[in-house]
Design a protein around this ligand. Structure first.
Ligand SMILES: [Ca+2]
Length: 516
């Protein structure tokens, strides 16, 4: 009602349909449930320097023993160039222990009528300003949340069960509801569509929305989802703890590179193109035991302890009764196996976070990790954070689309986990459901991006054509750049199709490949 009056007044005074229904600064007095709007100000086009991260995760190269993070935060982030917008910040408190920070950025002109919410990484704890900047530049109203705590570890969640719920799913839901109300108040145009765009934790958040809150988003990009949260983190410990606690269980980086080269020698050309990429890694049968040292340890062989660590990385992790916990790493990804490299001193902090949270102990002793006892316990305490429900019928019924992607060389989250979830959805919902959910595997791509394969893809554009024009994505084009020049393009194919070389044309050109 207030909005309609505001529109009417604006129309009378200026007869301009582009005029905001509520001036930016006035959004500060907007009354919304469980919401305190702490900032609403017009920002001119220019550079925005994101606030430093307080208590962020330790740098990957130097895992810190203390999960509380570093005092003083991360180094200053590079400035982001932003178009003119209305910047709104709010604190949400859906529970008495909630302290969810969020921001909404609203284009001052050229709004495309759409909302793009962007996701987090790891244990979240920071607003994703760079992803918001990218969405704003494309004309979206955009928002992001820290999910209710500060700093990229689970430490602030220990002793705060309501904050764990916020991290799990409540913060993103509340953010979506609140953002839509702010968008609605600011513009005199109706919001047309709401999108989710996230990778890793952001992928988990996207799938969680489709499962728990099917009305929040009309279409979702879910990259490399950390959706099997408790088992993903368990898998990290299953791989890392024996390698770290067995004398000689770790490998020098040179041996991981040697192992990767042996894999490529065996399988690279089998997809028709010798390019350092395996288009279909699961078709590569490579037995690391062929590299076992025959006599003394040399740089080109694996000792028994090293071979054990390598085999564990490839294998799915299992409970004592043989039930699979989480799939193994992909053949071809060996060069990035930081979990078993000899500079590693502890399991990755993101994974430790689940156990520290379950046991309510930031000093939980990972050296005593016991698969059956501890994985069952972490499930008992934190499995509600998982987003593995294959029933997406409500989301599908309202026309929802999900575009999943995963890099085959991802060592942070085993790519097979995305295939497993995708297949579980098809199995649950029956028939060929790829008219609403599609998974694109990216050869040689790392976690969300990076790696030797082409990794730059406009997922959102493909999703929008799908949702808005009914154009089901048959292929995506991935681009690789070297020295600021595109040196390779490749199609990404909807799983289980594989990019297949036609036999002629440049192998660096996507048009020389077909999906089949
Ligand atoms: Ca190849």
């Amino acid at each position: 009602m207030m909005r309609n009056i505001a529109i009417a007044l604006a129309g009378l005074a200026f007869a301009s349909p582009a005029l905001a229904a509520t001036p930016c600064g006035d959004l500060k007095s907007l009354k919304l449930p469980n919401t305190t709007i702490t900032m609403a100000e017009t920002v001119a086009a220019g550079a925005f320097v994101p606030p430093g991260r307080a208590g962020g995760p330790p740098p990957a190269a130097a895992p810190a023993a203390a999960p509380a993070g570093r005092a003083g935060g991360a180094p200053a982030a590079p400035p982001l160039m932003l178009p003119a917008h209305c910047r709104v910040a709010a604190t949400l408190a859906p529970s008495s222990d909630s302290d969810i920070k969020m921001e909404v950025w609203l284009p001052a002109e050229g709004w495309n009528g759409k909302y793009q919410a962007v996701g987090n990484g790891g244990w979240a704890g920071i607003i994703s300003y760079p992803a918001m900047a990218a969405a704003l530049r494309e004309g979206y109203a955009t928002s992001s949340t820290d999910t209710g705590h500060v700093g990229g570890t689970s430490a602030p969640l220990i002793g705060h069960p309501e904050k764990v719920i916020d991290y799990s799913h409540r913060a993103v839901h509340e953010m979506a509801v609140t953002s839509k109300k702010i968008i609605d108040a600011f513009y005199d145009q109706d919001l047309r569509l709401s999108y989710w765009n996230g990778c890793s934790t952001g992928g988990r958040q996207g799938l969680m929305s489709a499962q728990r809150f099917p009305d929040d988003f009309d279409a979702i990009v879910a990259g490399a989802p950390a959706n099997y949260h408790s088992h993903l983190h368990s898998n990290d410990l299953v791989n890392a703890v024996p390698a770290l606690t067995t004398p000689g269980g770790l490998l020098p980086q040179a041996k991981l590179t040697m192992l990767n080269q042996a894999v490529l020698n065996a399988c690279d050309a089998r997809d028709g193109v010798k390019d350092g990429l395996l288009n279909n890694p699961n078709a590569c049968k490579f037995d690391a035991a062929t590299l076992a040292c025959k006599g003394e340890d040399t740089s080109s062989c694996l000792t028994p302890a090293q071979l054990d660590s390598v085999k564990r990385m490839y294998a799915p992790s299992k409970f004592g009764d043989g039930k699979v916990i989480f799939p193994g790493k992909t053949i071809g990804s060996e060069a990035s196996w930081t979990a078993i490299v000899d500079t590693s001193t502890q399991p990755i902090f993101v994974a430790l976070g689940s156990f520290q949270l379950a046991y309510q102990d930031p000093n939980w002793d990972w050296k005593k990790f016991d698969i059956d006892r501890d994985v069952k316990f972490v499930d008992e305490k934190t499995a509600f954070i998982n987003a593995v429900d294959p029933d997406l019928s409500k989301f599908k019924a309202r026309g929802g689309k999900i575009l999943m992607y995963h890099g085959w060389n991802d060592v942070a989250i085993s790519p097979q986990n995305s295939i497993d979830y995708y297949q579980s959805v098809l199995a649950k919902m029956g028939g060929n459901q790829s008219d609403f959910i599609r998974l694109f595997m990216a050869p040689g791509m790392g976690h969300c991006q990076g790696g030797p394969g082409p990794d730059q893809v406009n997922y959102m554009a493909a999703l929008e054509r799908w949702r808005e024009a009914g154009e089901t994505p048959a292929t995506l084009t991935a681009t690789r750049t070297a020295g600021n020049r595109v040196d390779m393009t490749r199609p990404l194919c909807p799983h289980p199709q594989i990019a297949t070389y036609k036999g002629s044309g440049s192998t660096n050109d996507a048009s020389s490949f077909v999906c089949k």
